[in-house]
Design a protein around this ligand. Sequence first.
Ligand SMILES: [Zn+2]
Length: 260
Amino acid sequence: MKADLFDQRRLLDLQAVDTTLTQLEQRRRRLDADTTAADARRRLQALADRAASLTGDIADLDRDIKRIEQEVELVTKRAAADRDRMASGAAGAKELEGLQSELESLARRQGTLEDDELEFMERREGLEAEAEAARAQSVEAQNAVDDAEAARERALAEIDAETADAESDRVALTVSIPDRLVELYERIHAKQPIAAAELVGRRCGSCRIEKSPADMIPIRQAPIDEVLRCEECGAVLIRTELPSTGSKPSASEEELKKYT
Ligand SMILES: [Zn+2]
C-alpha cells in the first residue's frame, strides 16, 4: 500500500488517541472496582444498626425502671398506711405485731427494688454512652461516605470529559487521514492495542523487537510512500526519522536518494 508519509505519520496521532482511550477505560474499570465508597456505606449502616439496637435496649430499661418506681410507690404508700394505723392507737397487740412484721418486709422489698433501680440506671448510663459514641462515629462515617462519593463523582466526570475529547479528536483524525490507511489501522487495531508505531533505529515501537541489519535493508530501500508493516507484530511501521518539510511534505528526489 502506498500513502503519503505525512498521512502515515498521522496514524501515530490516531494511535496516541486510542492509547489515551484505553487508559481512560482502565481508569473507569479501576474506579468501578474501587470499594472505598461501598465500604464506607457498609460501616455507616453497621453503626446505624448498632445505634438502633442500643436505643431499643435503653427503651426496655426505661420501662423496667418505670415499673420499679411504680412498685416503690406502692410499697411506700402501703408502709405509710401501716404506720398511720400503728400511730392511730386503734390496733390491738396482735395486729400491731402483724403491722410491724409487714413494715419490715416492705422495707426489705423497697431496698431490693432500689438496688435494682440503681443497677438498671447504671446499665442505662453505659448504654447511653455507647449510643452517644455510635452517633459520633456515624457522623464521621457519613462524612467518609460523602467524601468517597464526591471523589468518585469527580473522577467519573473527569473520565467522561476526557473520553469525549479523545473521541472527538479520533473522529477528526479519521476524517483527515485517507480512508484506506484508516481501514488498515482499524483492522490491525481490532487485534492489538498498538496498531501503528514509530520505527526507532531498528526497533519497532509496538512489539519492541529490534530488527536485524539484514531485515533493515528492504525497509531502508522502501520508497518513502510505501506503507511498511512490522514482520513480527503486524503494526504499521512509521519512519519518523526521515526528513520531512512543511505541513504536507512529499519526498524530493534528493531526500529519497539520501534515504536509500
Ligand atoms: Zn512490531
